[in-house]
Structures are given as C-alpha cells and as structure tokens.
Design a protein. Sequence first.
Length: 208
Amino acid sequence: MIRVLCNANSSEGFIPRRDVSMTEIHGPYNNIPIVSGGQSPHNRSILAFFAGGNHGVVRKKLFQHWGNKEDNDIQVYTYLQKNHNYTELLSRSKYCLCPSGYEVASARLTEAIYVGCIPVIIKNNYVLPYSDVLDWSEFSVQVPVANIPDLKRILQDIHFSKYLEMQKRVMEVQKHFTVNIPAERFDVFHMILHSVWLRRLNIRLLYS
C-alpha cells in the first residue's frame, strides 16, 4: 500500500521510500486558491511573518521568543487586527515562517509559495513534499526548532543576493504547487502522481 499524506511525519510511521508526502493546500470554499507574485522582492519591508494559533510544542516556543513583540523585522501574531490583511502581509514579507502546530504539516508552506515568499520550515521529522525532484534548499530555509531564539540572526545573515536567488526559485516552483481544473502539466496533481509512480517502482524493486 502506498499512502499519500499531508502529515508526512517520519516519527509517526511515514516511510519516505514507500509513502508520498503531499503538500497541504487551503482553498476558498468551492473555489481554486489564487497564485500570485506578491510584492517585488525589492519592496518587501517585513523580514519574517507568521500569524496563527499558539498550539503545539514548536509554535509555543516560537511565540515564547517572538510572539506579539514590537519588532518590525520578525512579526509573529496569534490573531490579526481587523485592519490587517493576512495575504497582504504574506506578500510584503521576505520570509514566511512555517512552524508545526498540532500536526507537522500545515497549509502555510503553500500559502508562502503562492505569494512568492520564501518558506522558513521549522519542523521536526517532516518529510518535504516532492523532494525526489525538488531541491528545497534552493527555495526555502530550514531552521531547527532548537534555533528559534536565533531566528532573526539566521535570516539577516542571508545575503540579499542569495535571498533574490531563492525568491526567484520560489516563483519557478509555484507551478508545481498550483491547483488546476482540469489538471495541467507539472502542476500539483502531476507532482502527486509522479511521486506515487516513483514509490511503485521502489516497491517493485524491493520485492522483486
């Protein structure tokens, strides 16, 4: 059996060579989520942004160090004020924080990619989607949970030229996370099917 899971947690029985890690996507009811370029990388005034519930070990540590503080660089909120637009804040951010909550996966990874924001992956035991063909180091930053206190320094140490290169890669991989009806070449449906096909080859080789 090949399982296709959003919550691809290797500590909870997910087996990378057999199972498929599928990106979690939050779409408007009865609609297709919108993919855009967001702000120009030169006009993004927020270093890093996150808004969401304070639940799970990782998020509790994130809020402990960065939550609701008067810091224009690292903006971490539980709930946004009514005059703030979540998608707009994502599109104005260079980096979008993607910490684990109750589960290791969340839709914030794709929400970041959809607006051209570099995902900052703060998770333990998470198997990244489509990593057979995508090199996540080219368009994301992976920060160990233990390094959350150093988050600002880690991101500020990334040279702007490196940031521009990574942001360009984010824009290039958008098509692999896009939902199309009907499906189009290289979109998320094809990425899932390709991953299943690769696992089928692995299973055949293991038991041949």
